[in-house]
Ligand binder design. Structure first.
Ligand code: ARG
Length: 372
């Protein structure tokens, strides 16, 4: 408050900086949360984990589930991610990190128990920003129930600085949330391991383009979860539910990655059923090239399509993999104005994420607009 000529108390014109502000996936990035591999644990091989895991890794889960990820591998992840943080800083972006948490502790709620937590490697999965609001997603894997604890220091700080802070209602995660007969051998008929017993969602099943938000029903996000977000955001936003030819959807950002106003990278293996809607709106949909990562390299928690999981630093700069040459070529062809910021996070990919997954963009300059 200050006092004006007529001796009235008025709001000072020099406004406090907004701590949280992001409306889409491409406005100029100012502050980002980058995940941590520290103490990451392999989840117990439960129904919901099995449903989302490639069969070639089932033995890995049977062997390591309930204990830490291989130590040497995590050390390589740590140095890759530290380097990624340096590159962000070099590009002028403020980097924030979650707290270090001991994920190896057994925990129990009145509804279930879990031998370990998972990690704080993928802030994208749990945090989403809508304007000045930062939201904790409720999650759907039991091992991830308490994942929000790694972000509470940051969230309190943003709250104290004026952000709106929301935690979506957490599912109980009792047996009713999961289809224990989930037909793993018959994945064609589009069933999901999560039921509609109560709302659940991961933040990474949502993509933001201003007033239009695109979401998918997945193994971890149910219709009730999407409906909860729709009612929470209210009439200012339109939530579009997209479907893809993907027998095992989980997290939309390696399937349909919106990288600019009216510009999407689409996954050719997982065609979008609503493509016409985007074409009618005049959007450009670019097909991602085939990933090149070796089949020998362990990807315990994802497919190879992390190659298209890029992060925009602004409309002109894209953070992408140094080793995925075809997608670098794709950006070169897309437009002379796009500059690639190439980083190698091959070992970090093994934990299930690329650049978009490993981050949450807390602040991008820009305001709420309609692009659709
Ligand atoms: N399930 C996706 C795939 O295998 C990976 C998505 C990762 N995204 C994330 N936010 N963790 O292609």
């Amino acid at each position: 408050l200050c006092v004006n000529k007529n001796n009235q108390h008025v709001q000072a014109t020099t406004q406090l900086a907004v701590p949280v502000n992001s409306h889409n996936e491409w406005d100029p990035l100012e502050e980002v949360i980058v995940g941590r591999p520290d103490g990451a644990c392999v989840p117990e091989f439960t129904t919901e984990v099995k449903a989302t895991t490639n069969e070639q890794y089932w033995n890995f889960y049977k062997k390591f589930g309930g204990g830490p990820f291989p130590k040497q591998h995590l050390e390589k992840v740590k140095s890759e991610i530290d380097e990624m943080c340096n590159i962000f800083r070099h590009e002028g972006v403020i980097v924030r990190r979650p707290d270090i948490i001991n994920w190896s502790e057994h925990f129990k709620t009145p509804d279930f128990s879990s031998p370990v937590g998972l990690y704080s490697a993928m802030p994208r999965d749990i945090l989403i920003v809508f304007g000045n609001e930062i939201m904790e997603a409720p999650m759907a894997w039991r091992s991830r129930f308490f994942e929000y604890r790694a972000y509470r220091s940051l969230l309190k700080e943003y709250f104290n600085a004026g952000a709106k802070w929301t935690a979506a209602p957490k599912p109980l995660m009792g047996d009713e949330l999961y289809d224990h007969d989930y037909p793993i051998e018959n994945m064609q008929d589009r069933k999901y391991v999560t039921t509609e017993f109560e709302p659940c969602f991961d933040a990474a099943d949502f993509m933001r383009a201003g007033r239009d938000i695109f979401a998918q029903r997945s193994q971890v996000t149910n219709h009730l979860g999407i409906e909860w977000v729709r009612r929470h955001l209210g009439p200012e936003y339109t939530i579009h539910e997209l479907t893809f030819r993907d027998p095992n959807p989980m997290h939309i950002d390696a399937t349909f990655n919106i990288i600019g106003p009216g510009l999407v990278i689409a996954n050719p293996d997982r065609p979008c059923d609503q493509l016409k809607m985007f074409e009618n709106a005049g959007w450009t949909v670019v097909q991602a090239p085939m990933p090149t990562i070796s089949s020998e390299h362990p990807l315990w928690m994802s497919s190879k399509w992390l190659s298209m999981n890029v992060l925009m630093l602004d409309e002109k700069r894209v953070m992408c993999s140094k080793t995925e040459k075809p997608i670098i070529k794709m950006f070169e062809k897309l437009g002379w104005w796009i500059e690639t910021v190439q980083v190698d996070i091959t070992f970090a990919n093994s934990l299930g994420g690329g650049f978009h997954c490993w981050t949450t963009d807390v602040r991008r300059s820009g305001h709420l607009q309609s692009y659709f």
